[in-house]
Ligand binder design. Structure first.
Ligand SMILES: Nc1ncnc2c1ncn2[C@@H]1O[C@H](COP(=O)(O)OP(=O)(O)OP(=O)(O)O)[C@@H](O)[C@H]1O
Ligand SMILES: O=C(O)c1ccc[n+]([C@@H]2O[C@H](COP(=O)([O-])O)[C@@H](O)[C@H]2O)c1
Length: 184
């Protein structure tokens, strides 16, 4: 079984996260998604609220092979991957990241150990040019590295936090944000 792993800050989850999950669900047997703290980011919304929002997104997508797996949440992706491998030891795993993550990826916790255990799939992000040196450095670390034939929409959690455009979110998530008084 081919399993895609997608960790996100989900602060908040946007229509881009939904688009990515749907795209992955057409190409992998299972797509496991979780919300986690990002050790490079400060002042994130409390994790339980982000997990609730991600749950709303996954529920809305209603795809049997997209699973919200909160038990995989960890600030270090190595631990998320090891937890997934322990649960499904027979399966092969692809870690999915957007191209904006590449400059920092080689500074992730025990990145060599991480990239030994997964294939890495990179999604192109509008406005992000992949640096040749970042790519070459990753090639030496990854046993399988692939640039996806996919370009995400021009949507980001940061833009939502700064501009508050509800069009970038699922209505149920916009409503939850309003109820909880988040990002105001
Ligand atoms: N529009 C997009 N296109 C391609 N990849 C994306 C897009 N949005 C998010 N991703 C990728 O999905 C993963 C989770 O993204 P994340 O939750 O940080 O969203 P974000 O919009 O980048 O948030 P922020 O703006 O707060 O950094 C990351 O690997 C990121 O690169
Ligand atoms: O393992 C690390 O060192 C590491 C460093 C930065 C980010 N991550 C993870 O990467 C995922 C995506 O983070 P983000 O903020 O880009 O959505 C999320 O699961 C984070 O926990 C993990």
């Amino acid at each position: 079984m081919r399993i895609a792993l997608f960790g996100t800050s989900a602060d908040p989850p946007t229509t881009a996260h939904g688009d990515i999950l749907q795209w992955l669900s057409d190409r992998y047997d299972r797509v496991l998604v979780w919300a986690a703290d990002n050790p490079f980011k400060v002042q994130q919304t409390p994790l339980p609220l982000r997990q609730t929002m991600l749950g709303l997104l996954v529920q809305h997508l209603n795809c049997p092979n997209i699973e919200h797996r909160a038990e995989l949440s960890h600030r270090y992706t190595l631990h998320s991957v090891e937890a997934a491998r322990a649960q499904w030891p027979q399966d092969s795993f692809t870690l999915v990241v957007g191209s904006d993550v590449l400059p920092k990826l080689r500074h992730w916790y025990r990145v060599e150990d991480l990239l030994r255990q997964v294939s890495l799939l990179v999604l192109q992000r509008p406005g992000v040019v992949i640096d040749r040196e970042d790519w070459q450095a990753l090639q030496t670390l990854c046993h399988h590295l692939e640039l996806a034939n996919y370009r995400g929409p021009q949507v980001s959690s940061t833009t939502y936090r700064q501009e508050g455009d509800p069009q970038q979110l699922l209505p149920a998530i916009a409503q939850y944000i309003q109820q909880q008084g988040l990002y105001s």
